[in-house]
Design a protein around this ligand. Structure first.
Ligand SMILES: C[S@@+](CC[C@H](N)C(=O)[O-])C[C@H]1O[C@@H](n2cnc3c(N)ncnc32)[C@H](O)[C@@H]1O
Length: 393
């Protein structure tokens, strides 16, 4: 069955949005003599000014959007993360910096939980490039808890002086553009995007440039020749720059990362032959990032060993690594759930269902991993008392 026949019809408005971005991408492919490296394609598809998926007006989050993230499911996710924020505040921190604030739900739930923990003196900065999302986040807080607006500020880049703070980054690393490669009898090829005569996008390969080839050689647990024929995957060459950039936001404190991903040996396992790219459109998941650029999300799973290496290189300590279920349980999510059971039966039922999705292995429980980084910080690092899997990195 053709992919398009399985996905909901985008309709004329979204088709027009995608056509504009497609024209922009085609231009760049022609200028690049027919081959656009995949990381540049992903950058344009998600972040091209005015047209990219995260910049233009697509609804994205929640039931009416394309996918659901943990903060959308339940405020208890944010209440668990708030424990780290509270610990850094107790150690003298000035606030919280959230990367990519989505619908604003994480900010709302973290700030509410901090108030419940008796913390009222903090600043909460959201690093958000999309003006449309900034407005949406402000509207949500204004509607649901206007008294919290006083804590909030929005940034487009680092502050003049890096903060003593907690950084929260939920599903940010999986939105960093990745390079794609495949193996052909031991040779490393780069996968990129070209245009067919009819104007449609298509995959192309070329011999990997030296920097990509040596980065790939360095991460594969086996020699390239030992992988099955046509094996391919992704590598996030932009991760070290992201980690180095973090230091411009925060000088001391903790960083809590939550993302779909694996330690390296699992990520580059010979059995994972198709790589990890996943695309989301109206709650359908598929693996064709070239379909209708600009109206669907494109993600790649995270190699947490690479995150740990890049973080270490940038001066961070890897303070804990665990599956989301273990992390949330160590942060007391079951007690928080019990407290919520006093609410109306509908609310109790809704919360129980959401917590199941956060914890069950076939949902987010094991597929999402949590990692906490620290620097110049000796306070508490909640979330790893049940299991700390740093040895798997
Ligand atoms: C899958 S969404 C997650 C949104 C939200 N954190 C949530 O959990 O609902 C990924 C977000 O990461 C943002 N993002 C990617 N790289 C970023 C960066 N360097 N700084 C800030 N936001 C970034 C994107 O703009 C996008 O809004």
């Amino acid at each position: 069955m053709k992919l398009e026949t399985r996905l909901p019809d985008p309709g004329p408005e979204e088709t027009a949005v995608s056509a504009r971005l497609l024209a922009r991408i085609q231009q760049e492919i022609h200028a690049a003599e027919g081959f656009l490296p995949f990381d540049r394609f992903m950058e344009l598809a998600l972040y091209a000014p005015d047209l990219g998926y995260y910049v233009a007006g697509a609804h994205k989050f929640g039931r009416e959007g394309d996918f659901v993230t943990a903060p959308e499911l339940s405020p208890l996710f944010g209440a668990c993360l708030a424990r780290q924020c509270a610990a850094v505040l107790q150690a003298g921190g000035e606030g919280i910096i959230e990367f990519g604030g989505g619908s604003g739900r994480l900010a709302l739930s973290v700030m509410q939980a901090l108030h419940n923990l008796g913390q009222h003196d903090f600043r909460y900065a959201i690093v958000e490039l999309s003006p449309e999302l900034r407005a949406r986040q402000r509207d949500l807080i204004a509607r649901e808890a206007p008294e919290l607006l006083a804590h909030l500020e929005w940034w487009q880049g680092p502050p003049a002086t890096p903060w003593h703070a907690t950084v929260l980054a939920n599903e940010i690393l999986d939105a960093i553009p990745v390079s794609c490669f495949s193996l052909d009898e031991g040779a490393i090829l780069e996968r990129g995007v070209g245009v067919e005569v009819a104007g449609t996008l298509t995959w192309r390969t070329r011999a990997a440039p030296a920097a990509l080839a040596s980065a790939v050689e360095a991460v594969l647990p086996l020699a390239p020749a030992d992988y099955p024929p046509e094996w391919g995957s992704e590598i996030a060459l932009r991760l070290p720059a992201f980690m180095a950039d973090l230091s411009r936001f925060v000088a001391r404190g903790a960083v809590v990362l939550a993302d779909y991903g694996y330690p390296r040996a699992e990520f580059y396992h010979p059995d994972r032959a198709q790589g990890t790219l996943q695309c989301y459109y109206r709650h359908r998941v598929h693996a064709d990032p070239l379909w209708m650029p600009g109206i669907q999300d494109i993600t790649a799973a995270v190699d947490f060993t690479a995150v740990a290496e890049a973080a270490h290189e940038a001066g961070w300590t890897i303070a804990g690594f665990a599956e989301q279920a273990q992390y949330l349980m160590a942060c007391g999510i079951t007690d928080l759930l019990t407290a919520r059971m006093q609410a109306s039966p509908e609310e109790a039922e809704r919360t129980a269902r959401a917590v199941k999705r956060l914890l069950l292995p076939q949902e987010m429980g094991t597929r999402v991993k949590m990692m906490t980084l620290t620097r110049d910080y000796t306070g508490a690092v909640p979330g790893y008392d049940l299991r700390d899997a740093r040895h798997r990195l």
